[in-house]
Design a protein. Structure first.
Length: 146
C-alpha cells in the first residue's frame, strides 16, 4: 500500500493560502496539522473510522513534546486529496477569521484606527465558497454517499 505524503499536501495547501494576510506567521508544521485534521475528518465523513488508527501516521519528532505528521499510511485518491485540501483551507481561513473577529478598531495615545479588520473582510465569503466546493466534492464521491 502506498503512503500519502503529508508534506506534498502541505505544499499544495500553501500555494492556495499563501497570499492571505494572517495575524501571525504560519509554518509548515501548522499546515501539516490542518491536513492531518482534514484527513481524520475525511475518515469520519466517509464512515471509515474503524479503518483509521494512530499507527497509520508517521511523524517527524521536532522535540519530545512536538511532532509533525509527515506521512499517512493510506493512498488517498485524487478526489479524497482535494476534499482534504478544501477542508484544510476552510480550517485555515476559519482560524484567521476567528483571530481577527475583534479587530475592528483600536486607539493609541496618538491616533485612532477604524476598520482594522479590512484585510480580512472577505473571509466569510471565501469560507462559504470553499464549503460549497467541499459539498460538491462530497456528492461526487458517490462510493461513500450511496
Amino acid at each position: 500500500m502506498l503512503m500519502t505524503d503529508i508534506m506534498e499536501l502541505v505544499k499544495e495547501l500553501y500555494t492556495r493560502v499563501e497570499w492571505q494576510k494572517t495575524p501571525g506567521a504560519v509554518y509548515k508544521e501548522d499546515l501539516a496539522e490542518l491536513i492531518a485534521a482534514a484527513i481524520k475528518d475525511l475518515f469520519i465523513m466517509t464512515g471509515r473510522t474503524m479503518q483509521h488508527s494512530e499507527d497509520m501516521w508517521v511523524y517527524d519528532e521536532i522535540s519530545e513534546d512536538f511532532k509533525v505528521p509527515v506521512f499517512f499510511d493510506a493512498d488517498l485518491l485524487l478526489d479524497e486529496r482535494e476534499y482534504v485540501l478544501v477542508c484544510a483551507q476552510i480550517a485555515f481561513f476559519t482560524k484567521v477569521r476567528t483571530d481577527v473577529n475583534n479587530i475592528v478598531g483600536y486607539s493609541t495615545d496618538a491616533l485612532t484606527i477604524t476598520h482594522g479588520d479590512k484585510p480580512y473582510a472577505y473571509l466569510t465569503g471565501t469560507i462559504n465558497e470553499l464549503e460549497t466546493r467541499r459539498r460538491s466534492l462530497w456528492f461526487k464521491m458517490s462510493r461513500y454517499t450511496i
